[in-house]
Design a protein around this ligand. Structure first.
Ligand SMILES: [Zn+2]
Length: 404
């Protein structure tokens, strides 16, 4: 297949996670077993070093995002991140600057920007979120970011001093068209700020739960640089930040700004990790298969022993792991989820019923798998009384741990 970024045919598949459901496709009882499955394979481009979904794994965005027409607001922890980002931006540009946030959700970034005196405008395709933002007086266009949104914004607000895209960039398929539209909207001396999950962290920390169909691209600074170069744009600053288990924030411009020292620093970090070599990704895939095998063995042993196993937390992010180890309702009786929205539904692919926390009280499980593993400490604290009653915890990722 041809690389979606550089167009070369030097792509090599290095990972196959089999056929998997869409991670966000939680099922109503009547939908169980009818959900579509798609291959989940990653390829590496030997020309521009970009990691991306294989053609067979690519799910048309309209199929994927129909589920998003009623998407949820940004979670609590991320609000602080966006408040901080607004402050950072307000130190870089003058009051009254036009800042456009693409994929603006419920206005989580627009709100602090506006409070800091910016002329902030959002673009958000999910109708319920755009409405929520507009009701709070946070100007939001309810559409996908395209030529039409660009014309509307330019005529109402003028060209943008800053354009931001946090965690939408990896989801796009038509990246070249998207970047062209960013260039059209951006002032000559403005900048485009992108936040994406960082492949360096995925490789280093084995956080493979961010591999799913929504994410078409898995960027490094190098592969992003190559992409923007094709459009005559330049990354002049890069930051390694903590969101989503490790992200990269880059500042991109149309003019000839001198790149700052951060570029050199991150470039050498990527060289140390050998992110430019196919072998690095093959080693990652081998280690991943080993870890998946270990988890599978644990659960088949528990099943043979007739243990009562439950899960805790059903984030979309857990789908890749659950389906890679082929867990199903034979192994796990149910998954507990605090969010009422998911209760009564079934997990995609594995068909485990999702229940409220009260179900745990009825009979303490022998084992509780913490699917929301990045909150494991908080969850274990919350579930301490079950531990006292003899329940054991399994933290499945990044490396399996059983806590007795
Ligand atoms: Zn390429």
């Amino acid at each position: 297949m041809n690389c979606r970024s550089c167009g070369s045919n030097s792509t090599v598949q290095f990972l196959s996670l089999g056929r998997q459901p869409l991670a966000n496709n939680f099922l109503k009882p009547e939908e169980v077993g009818k959900e579509p499955l798609y291959p989940l394979d990653l390829v590496f481009c030997e020309n521009c070093t970009l990691v991306q979904l294989s053609d067979e794994s690519f799910v048309p965005r309209d199929i994927l995002f129909t589920h998003y027409l009623y998407a949820s607001s940004v979670a609590g922890g991320l609000r602080a991140h966006f408040e901080q980002l607004a402050k950072t931006l307000s130190n870089l540009v003058l009051k009254g600057s036009v800042v456009v946030d693409i994929g603006s959700n419920d206005g989580v970034l627009l709100k602090p920007l506006k409070a800091l005196g910016m002329s902030a405008v959002g673009v958000e395709p999910a109708a319920n979120l755009a409405r929520k933002a507009n009701e709070q007086g946070l100007d939001t266009l309810n559409e996908f970011f395209g030529r039409n949104a660009v014309s509307t914004i330019v005529s109402r607000y003028g060209h943008a001093d800053v354009i931001t895209a946090s965690n939408v960039f990896a989801h796009l398929d038509k990246i070249h068209g998207f970047i062209n539209n960013v260039k059209l909207l951006l002032k000559a001396d403005g900048f485009f700020l992108v936040e994406i999950q960082y492949i360096a962290d995925t490789i280093k920390d084995m956080t493979y739960d961010n591999i799913y169909h929504e994410h078409v691209f898995y960027y490094s600074l190098h592969s992003l640089t190559r992409l923007f170069e094709r459009h005559g744009m330049r990354i002049f600053k890069a930051e390694h930040i903590g969101t989503h288990g490790g992200s990269l924030r880059v500042y991109v411009c149309k003019d000839n700004r001198i790149p700052d020292y951060s570029i050199e620093q991150l470039t050498s970090h990527e060289k140390e990790l050998q992110l430019h070599r196919l072998e690095t990704y093959q080693t990652f895939a081998d280690e991943l298969m080993k870890r998946i095998g270990e988890l599978r063995n644990l659960f088949s042993t528990l099943k043979q022993q007739g243990k009562f196993v439950a899960g805790y937390g059903a984030p979309a992010k857990s789908s890749t792991m659950i389906n890679s180890i082929k867990l199903d309702s034979d192994v796990i009786e149910y998954v507990v989820e605090d969010a009422p929205l998911k209760q009564g539904l079934y997990t995609p692919g594995s068909h485990v019923p999702i229940v409220g926390p009260e179900v745990l009280e009825q009979k303490p499980p022998d084992y509780i798998i913490i699917f929301a593993w990045n909150y494991a400490d908080d969850i274990m604290k919350k579930l301490e009384k079950f531990k006292k009653q003899g329940s054991k915890f399994v933290i499945p990722m990044p490396k399996m741990k059983v806590i007795e």
